[in-house]
Write a protein that binds this ligand. Sequence first.
Ligand code: GLA
Length: 695
Amino acid sequence: MKQHTRPYRWPAPLPGHTPHIWYGADYNPDQWPESVWDDDIRLMRQAGVNIVSLAIFSWAAIETDDGVFDFDWLDRVIAKLYDAGIAVDLASATASPPMWLTRKHPEILWTDERGETVWPGARQHWRPTSPVFRRYALRLCEAMAEHYKDNPAIVAWHVNNEYGCHNHFDYSDDAMRAFQRWCRHRYGTIDALNKAWGNMFWAQRLNSFDEIIPPRFVGEGNFTNPGRLLDFKRFSSDALKSFFIAERDTLARITPDIPLTTNFMVSAPGASLLDYDDWGREVDFVANDHYFTPGDAHIDELAYSASLVDGIARKRPWFLMEQSTSAVNWRPVNPRKEPGQLIRDSLLHLAMGADAICFFQWRQSNAGAEKFHSSMVPIAGEHTQVFRDVCTLGSMLGALTDEGLLGSTVRQAPAAIIYDADSQWASEHTATPNQKVRHWTEPLDWFSALADHGINADVLPVRAPWDGYDTVIVPCVYLFSEEMAHRLRSFVKRGGHAIVTYYSAIADEQDHLFPGGWPGLLHDVAGVRVEEHCPLTDLYPGALDHLDLSNGTTAHDLADVITGVEDGTRVLATFTAPEHTGMNGLPAITVHPYGEGALAYVGGKLGKDGIATSLPEILDALGIAYTRTGTGDLLRVVRTHSDGTTFEFTFNRSRDMTVDAELHGEPVAASYAETTGDGTASLKPNGVVVTAHRP
Ligand code: GLA
């Protein structure tokens, strides 16, 4: 298991201040005349803002020409912030290179899979493997660190910004050479690489590492080598990481006492771009950006993503670097947040282990590509519901700080749900049984289905220690290593309960399919053998467009053809289908006792509702005691302190109903909820109550 390369360090309060839940935003004063700055500070104080992320996109304003630095404006704004008691999370300012740089060195621009080079005109138009870009970016890091090394306002470094948001994949010649080096390091010999990538297929055998090219355009409708593609995704995460490490180390050399982070995008857009669990070992504290999913999944997706961030942070407090107060402007349609959601969402991140709640951005831009994106101060000004909510949230965070929330950690849930970036990446390949089947959505369905029964789960990266949980859920974990199989087997043997779904343990780490049926490496413990996949599609109306299960649920998109069932395996549900399909009566859900524990296998995509319906029986058959501890209308998360104090966050999880809740402890914060004084509360839609209980 990978170790942290740096000790955990959290931004310390400004001199003379006491620790406080950090509250603030990205602040872009360079977009505004200086006359606006004093008004910004007045409103920040009114809102209780105590930190801002500064200069993220300010390269052109700081280094106005090659080697010409202007820190005056930044010094002035930092001084104003400091005087107002507002700390600075200072960016390296390297996220968006200025025009003078790209004109002089167009070779720093990234290239797409067809060899087209991007033009400047937006942001993040640089390639991480360019030695030229690295030289310029590191010079800026050095200049920033030298200039601000003794400035007491700076409490953290915000290195670059959302690595890979726009430059995730670069197919340039620089990238090619770096990819060749990466492959040489990983495989040692070209024969080993040929084997790993299955290069005897379609005459792709290589004679030397110099022949390696990134997965460039292979023609519409053609299929690129999956082994190479998976490694290119791993390489792309590593290439950006190595660039981050170079920036980080340049800053850290000059300012060793300032903690550093960079903002991850753990669930955007719908899956991890980078291997954030791996990156999590390289930062002093984990920071994440999260943008809500409009519609019914809003609260669950937020809780699920935030739980994964907590898992990446290994339950140490983390920093919510960005979220929106209301609408974003980068979806085709950009719904606003409903009343109450600004506060509810923020408190949900807090419940899931964040000790800092920040937004993109402080003041809504009136020009530029994000002018329709909501902010703490809307374009409509301070006399708005958003700004009133921002102020209310500021006071709540103050109250929660006073109550002692800081530094408490999220109580371990009974169940762990595994997330694996590699499995997501591999399952994205275009030649699969059904393109509708990916890794990412399955863990979320399980998270939501458990929540329907009032059961909490921690979402954990595959490398995290999940062995200490009562139950572990392995949802479409497509890639399986020997080590993972060994861990799971010993976990069950020792008395653990596992739930493994379809499309798990299909291939090894190189995406070579396991021979002999699935789940590969797990036959003995799973007690079933899957011989083939049965994709479900509208091409077979009334037959295999879906499959009904004998327990009343329905599988869509993919079902397993389970032909072997070991002695002792209990079949909980079978498929019911027309006889000619060959699926009628085949096992769909099974439970197999193994050692002191048991493993349930779910052989089809049941969706959130199907899982929720099947869960009580699965949990009973596994011998799990915590079935149906709640109604699902409430989501409760507990943070605990070493002194025994607990903070319970109770959320109305229903879409549109008012829900009554019994409270445990004294109410210390509430929004869209009324506490009655007799230990209960009535929570409106989007409502939340926080209670504290002291030993
Ligand atoms: C990202 C970026 C921000 C901003 C927001 C808008 O998270 O880091 O600069 O563009 O998206 O949602």
